[in-house]
Design a binder for this molecule. Structure first.
Ligand code: CMP
Length: 136
């Protein structure tokens, strides 16, 4: 079943010059880029995106991180895109993510883990509407 999912290439991806490397992995897998934009978000947009995490202890430094520089937001489309992207991304903690995944190969942090991918159909719908309202 074709799905759409919201992906963020977080500020560490941009800062480290890995946008092309990470995008190439999604494209090579066969996922199609439906929309893509580089943005430098403010705290309100970070809070809206991470609404379910704003009360967590790890959130204040996460908010500082995601607002620390430009990121690239995109919508990817393809068969089972939500799960496929999360598999490509690997486990949240880059130190534990499996080799062969984006985080496993390129990240060494639980916070600065390069990528975000929607975790369910409900999250994808909410996040796509938040980042790209014209696609909702
Ligand atoms: P993401 O997939 O964007 O979803 C929530 C984000 O919070 C996660 O990636 C990490 O960047 C961050 N995160 C999750 N758990 C922790 C943690 N224990 N410590 C620091 N950052 C975390």
């Amino acid at each position: 079943m074709s799905q759409r999912t919201l992906v963020l290439l977080k500020p560490d991806t941009v800062r480290r010059g890995l946008v092309g490397t990470v995008l190439a992995r999604f494209e090579a897998k066969g996922l199609r880029i439906v929309a893509m934009e580089q943005r430098h978000i403010d705290a309100a947009q970070a809070d809206a995106h991470y609404a379910e995490h704003v009360e967590r202890d790890f959130y204040p430094p996460l908010r500082d991180f995601v607002t620390s520089g430009p990121l690239v937001a995109l919508v990817l489309e393809g068969d089972q895109a939500i799960e496929v992207v999360r598999t490509l991304n690997g486990a949240t903690d880059g130190r534990k993510a499996a080799p062969g995944t984006i985080r496993g190969d390129l990240a060494l942090s639980n916070r600065e883990n390069l990528v975000h991918g929607s975790d369910s159909e409900e999250s994808a719908a909410r996040e796509i509407a938040l980042w790209f309202p014209h696609l909702a």
